[in-house]
Write a protein that binds this ligand. Sequence first.
Ligand SMILES: Cc1cc2nc3c(=O)[nH]c(=O)nc-3n(C[C@H](O)[C@H](O)[C@H](O)COP(=O)(O)OP(=O)(O)OC[C@H]3O[C@@H](n4cnc5c(N)ncnc54)[C@H](O)[C@@H]3O)c2cc1C
Length: 245
Amino acid sequence: MATATDHDVLIVGGGPSGLSAGIFTARADLNTLIVNDGDPILRRNAHLENYPGFPAGVNNRLLLDMMADQAERAGCERREARIVDLEPVDGRFVAETEAGGTLTATYVIAATKNTVDFVEGIDGVEIIDRGNTFVETDNRGRTGVPGLYAAGRLTLQPYQTIIVAGHGASVGVAVIEDSDVEFYHDWVAPDQYFTGRGRDLPPGCEEIDKEERERRERESLEVMREYFADPHPDEPNQHPSVREE
Ligand SMILES: Cc1cc2nc3c(=O)[nH]c(=O)nc-3n(C[C@H](O)[C@H](O)[C@H](O)COP(=O)(O)OP(=O)(O)OC[C@H]3O[C@@H](n4cnc5c(N)ncnc54)[C@H](O)[C@@H]3O)c2cc1C
């Protein structure tokens, strides 16, 4: 059982890729901590118009807030901290924060866009330098070090939010598949969808009846109305090179 600083999964970076990865690992009951320092770069966007599901676009900062809330609701713990060092020790990982704290985890997902300083000394991690730095992985985010993954733009994924979010999800599921969690899909299906056809409920799946489906839909509508009731209070972040008046 994990202690306060010991987790099954440590995700470094709380942008769309890290948050998406956490939604999946936490839903599979892997004790997940997302550590982020600074603003995800999506906060600089002015209006997000290519993220599927929002025909007229969506406020980018609202979407990030909603992703962070969903990660917490799925069971992730989130902390503001900068990871400055990571070491594999006896099949686990020990991470040091800038403030001098220590975190340990069985699996680590780096989702830090172009920041590689905390992984570049590790034997088995290949850094790609193209002016910006990236981490080489297989197509599910696995690095050359068992238990260490990278997700999102850090792995040279195309630079679109939906792509890095989807990649984070794929890496999160790779962690689940590589762990000893029994997993098939994390689907919510109508009552009897599997069991009514004589099949066992696959691990990770849930069947819900009409009453429960309607309750969840009511809750979802209420929650979404709140998010979309008013314009987001924050302005987009300017590029640091643009001087504030
Ligand atoms: C001006 C602008 C407009 C954009 N507009 C669009 C658009 O319209 N549509 C679109 O699809 N995409 C757009 N993008 C691209 C989109 O923002 C990125 O594809 C996406 O945010 C990348 O996500 P990520 O999770 O890989 O990285 P990030 O979102 O950058 O997340 C990485 C996080 O890790 C944190 N971090 C880094 N190092 C550490 C460390 N050592 N310890 C802890 N935390 C750390 C960072 O502070 C950051 O919060 C835009 C980008 C910019 C700059």
